[in-house]
Design a protein around this ligand. Structure first.
Ligand code: SER
Length: 336
């Protein structure tokens, strides 16, 4: 008998695919995955996949009737660039579906008699630095600072952090007998870079795009200035941080929302690294001003001290190991 059943939404996205790979190594875990898309072939047999639209109410109901989940990884979201082209749809997807799944988790916590864990990827997009001078002079930003997002994506992530925390700590607070509540935990991720998948629709995409284009011998026109700097981490660290946060004893957590990061890189840093691995790389800059402004509003670095001291977070890959040890080797093999 499997010991736990886990739900992953947005399963065909970059984090979803890597998370399914990692979780499927545990024979005691049954994975149920949901996405608008069909499951990529390499994940066949690792998850029971349902293709469908989470905005269709019956879809979630149908899954809820079939399974009881101990953990939910709710990854489905419209990313920051795509969201700006249709803010109202992005709001529906990013907040409405989260609310429906928080309700599902709340009901199932009651049914199984223990708190369903709800893991939520938030983002550096919840931050909004007022200007470039502040961005470059501010020390690494802590969870409570500069939470003034300028994108629908950032607004919706910040809202979901609050509502998820509410479902954990105050849901039905006026009832005579408060219910068994869910256990919501969120990570504010920096830009994430995978050697095997390419992001789409995000605004931190300039880093991974540059490397993946060069690896395929394609010229890359970067949509931000060379000096633009934001924090990043590689996918194995991102997945590990989610799994470690999910396993951390609740009593060790001093907050429900944590920054995690590994290294800060500018577009020029990515260029240098890309050219060192792919000497013929053709990289030019043509900043797209509105997208540039979004990246300018994100901090140059974030402070993940709380994650380090509460649950022992530590990235395995610093900038050098990420580039030389993980990205280069795997990207070359991937496109070979
Ligand atoms: N990578 C995301 C984006 O660019 C930020 O969390 O939208």
């Amino acid at each position: 008998m499997p010991e736990r059943t886990i739900l992953i939404t947005g399963a065909c996205g970059e984090i979803g695919q890597a998370l399914i790979e990692a979780l499927s190594e545990d024979p005691q875990t049954t994975i149920i995955s949901l996405d608008l898309k069909t499951l990529p072939g390499h994940l066949t047999g690792k998850t029971t996949h349902f293709q469908g639209d989470l905005l269709a109410k019956d879809f979630i109901k149908e899954i809820e009737n079939k399974y009881a989940f101990q953990e939910i990884y709710h990854l489905a979201a419209v990313l920051s660039t795509t969201a700006e082209y249709n803010p109202s749809l992005a709001h529906k997807v990013n907040t409405g579906i989260t609310l429906d799944l928080l309700e599902l988790a709340a009901r199932q916590s009651q049914q199984i008699g223990s708190s369903v864990k709800f893991l939520f990827p938030s983002s550096i997009a919840v931050y909004g630095m007022p200007d470039l001078e502040t961005k470059s002079s501010a020390p690494p930003v802590k969870e409570t600072q500069w939470t003034e997002p300028t994108t629908m994506y950032g607004c919706s992530k910040l809202y979901c952090e609050k509502v998820g925390s509410y479902y954990s700590d105050h849901y039905h607070q006026l009832d005579d007998q408060p219910p068994i509540r869910i256990d919501f935990r969120a990570l504010r991720f920096p830009g994430i870079i995978s050697a095997f998948t390419v992001p789409s629709g995000g605004t931190s995409d300039f880093g991974p795009e540059m490397i993946h284009f060069a690896a395929q011998g394609k010229p890359y026109r970067c949509f931000v200035r060379p000096d633009v700097r934001i924090p990043f981490m590689v996918m194995p660290d991102a997945v590990r941080s989610l799994l470690e946060l999910s396993k951390a004893p609740l009593e060790k957590l001093t907050r429900r929302v944590y920054n995690v990061t590994s290294f800060s890189y500018s577009a020029r840093d990515f260029q240098k690294f890309t050219e060192s691995g792919f000497p013929g790389a053709q990289i030019t800059y043509q900043p797209d001003l509105p997208r540039q402004e979004i990246v300018d509003s994100w901090p140059a670095d974030i402070d993940d001290q709380a994650a380090r001291s509460d649950w022992g977070w530590k990235p395995k890959y610093n900038a050098k190991d990420a580039c030389q040890g993980y990205l280069l080797k795997n990207i070359i093999a991937h496109y070979a």
